[in-house]
Design a binder for this molecule. Structure first.
Ligand code: S3P
Length: 424
C-alpha cells in the first residue's frame, strides 16, 4: 500500500541532548519545545535532575531551570545513560570539570562502545577518569577536577568527541579548541552561538574560553532528519507514494541522506525553508521514484553516518550495485551496523558483501518477507520494518522495544501514512 499524507517526526535527538545540557548550565528558565521524547534524551534529562536541576518533562515541552555553570550537585547514585553514546560521552565532558565524584554507565550496547575517544582528550585537560580497560569502556568513574583548556586535534570525525571536549571547555581555565579532519555535525556550536556564548571558528577549528556564564533562552528543536529518513526511503520505494514531513532539520552537516538519495534517483523537494534556534529547517516532500545504486565514499560518511541502515534498504531495492567505503565507524554504533544490516538484508534475499569499512549491496533482487532481528538497535529495527513494506509476504521484526530510544511513535506514524486518510 502506498505511503501518503503529511506527518511530523520527533525533535532532533542530537539537538535535544544539547538543549538539555546547556539549559541546565544556563542562568534562568528555558522551555525546550518539540524535544525528542525518546528514552536516550530522557536519560540525559534524568541525569541533570539527579544533579539537582529542576526539569519539568511535559508531553510537548520540557522546562529546565538552570542555575549556572557552578550549580550542579553530586549525584547520589550511578548515572545511567541507557542506550545513548551521545549522552554518556557529552556528560563525561560536563562531569570532568565539576567539584564532585560521579559514575556514568549505560546499557549492554553502550558498555561495549569505545569511550577512550573522549577519555583521552579529557585527561589531557586534567580530568581524572577511570573505567574498565583503563577507561576505554564504561562504567566511567569521574573525580571532578579543575580543567585547563587544550588544543585538541581529533583523529576521528566525531561530533561526540568535539562536543565532549567543548563542554569540558566551558568549565576549563583558558581556551579550548578542537580541530577536526572534516566537519562533523555542528549542533553544539550552533546552540552555543544561539545562547550567546562566544565561540570562534577558523576552518575546521572551533574554540571557546571557559568559565563564562550565559543566560537561558527558549529552544524550539528541529524535527529529526534521521527519523524522517525512514519515510524518505519508504515513500521512495513504495509505488504511488507522496509524503510530506513537516519541520525537519536540514543542517548541512546532516543532509548527506538527501544528497545520496537524490543521486540514487529519489524525488525529494525542500519546501518552506526557515531557521529555528540557529538551525535550518524545511518541509520535505518525497514521491516514489526508481532508484539506482551508487558509490558512497569516505567524504560523504560524516554527514550521512546515522542513515546507513536505511540507506542499505534503499540500496537493496535499487537497480545495480551500491558500494559504501570509509565507513568503519558504523562498526561501533548501537550495533555493528555493517554486520547487522548485512545479516538482516540477507535473510530477505538480498546480496550483500561485508567489507571492513563498508559493504557492497547488489540491488534489484526482490526482497522476501522474513523474521528479522533488531540486534537491540533502533535504526536497524525501523529499517527492517521499511524493508518489510516492499518485501513479498510477511515480515516480522523482533525485539523492537529499542525503537523507543529515539522514535516511540514510529509505528503509529507509519500506520498513519498507510491508512486511506493519510494523516500522520
Ligand atoms: C551524534 C554524533 C554521531 C552520531 C550519533 C549522534 C551526536 O556520533 O552517530 O548518533 O549527537 O553528537 P559520532 O560523534 O560518534 O560520529
Amino acid at each position: 500500500m502506498a505511503l501518503r499524507g503529511t506527518l511530523t517526526v520527533p525533535g532532533d535527538k542530537s539537538i535535544t541532548h544539547r538543549a538539555i545540557i546547556l539549559g541546565a548550565l544556563a542562568d534562568g528558565e528555558a522551555t525546550i519545545t518539540n524535544y525528542c521524547t525518546g528514552e536516550d534524551c530522557l536519560h540525559t534529562a534524568q541525569a541533570f535532575q539527579a544533579m539537582g536541576v529542576s526539569i519539568d518533562i511535559g508531553p510537548e515541552r520540557m522546562k529546565v531551570v538552570g542555575k549556572g555553570l557552578s550549580s550542579l550537585q553530586e549525584p547520589a547514585s550511578i548515572v545511567d545513560c541507557g542506550n545513548s553514546g551521545t549522552g554518556i560521552r557529552l556528560l563525561a565532558g560536563v562531569l570532568a570539570g565539576q567539584d564532585f565524584f560521579s559514575v556514568l554507565t549505560g546499557d549492554d550496547s553502550t558498555r561495549r562502545r569505545p569511550m577512550g575517544r573522549v577519555v583521552g582528550p579529557l585527561r589531557e585537560m586534567g580530568a581524572l577518569i577511570t573505567g574498565r580497560r583503563g577507561g576505554e569502556l564504561a562504567p566511567l568513574a569521574i573525580t571532578g577536577t579543575r580543567l585547563r583548556g587544550i588544543k585538541y586535534r581529533s583523529p576521528l570525525v566525531s561530533a561526540q568527541v568535539k562536543s565532549s571536549v567543548l563542554l569540558a571547555g566551558l568549565f576549563a581555565k583558558g581556551t579550548t579548541s578542537v580541530t577536526e579532519r572534516a566537519l562533523s555535525r555542528d549542533h553544539t556550536e550552533r546552540l552555543l552561538d544561539y545562547l550567546g556564548i562566544p565561540l570562534t571558528r577558523h576552518g575546521l577549528t572551533v574554540s571557546l574560553t571557559g568559565q563564562r556564564s550565559f543566560a537561558a533562552k527558549d529552544i524550539v528543536v528541529a524535527g529529526d532528519l534521521s527519523a524522517a529518513a525512514f519515510f524518505l526511503v519508504g515513500a521512495s520505494l513504495v509505488p504511488d507514494s507522496d509524503v510530506t514531513i513537516a519541520g525537519v532539520g536540514v543542517n548541512p552537516t546532516r543532509t548527506g541522506i538527501l544528497d545520496v538519495l537524490r543521486d540514487m534517483g529519489a524525488r525529494i523537494d525542500l519546501v518552506n525553508p526557515r531557521v529555528q534556534a540557529g538551525e535550518p529547517v524545511a518541509d520535505l516532500r518525497v514521491r516514489s521514484a526508481p532508484l539506482h545504486g551508487i558509490a558512497i565514499g569516505p567524504d560523504r560518511i560524516p554527514q550521512t553516518i546515522d542513515e546507513f541502515p536505511i540507506l542499505c534498504v534503499a540500496a537493496a531495492c535499487a537497480q545495480g550495485d551500491t558500494v559504501i567505503s570509509g565507513a568503519k565507524e558504523l562498526r561501533v554504533k548501537e550495533s555493528d551496523r555493517i554486520a547487522t544490516m548485512a545479516t538482516e538484508l540477507r535473510r530477505m534475499g538480498a546480496e550483500v558483501e561485508e567489507r571492513s569499512d563498508g559493504m557492497r549491496i547488489a540491488g534489484g533482487r526482490p526482497l522476501q518477507g522474513a523474521v528479522c532481528q533488531s540486534h537491540g538497535d533502533h535504526r536497524v529495527a525501523m529499517s527492517m520494518t521499511i524493508a518489510g513494506l516492499v518485501a513479498s509476504g510477511e515480515t516480522r521484526v523482533e525485539d523492537t522495544a529499542c525503537v523507543a530510544t529515539s522514535f516511540p511513535e514510529f509505528d503509529k506514524k507509519l500506520r498513519g501514512l498507510l491508512t486511506p486518510s493519510g494523516q500522520g
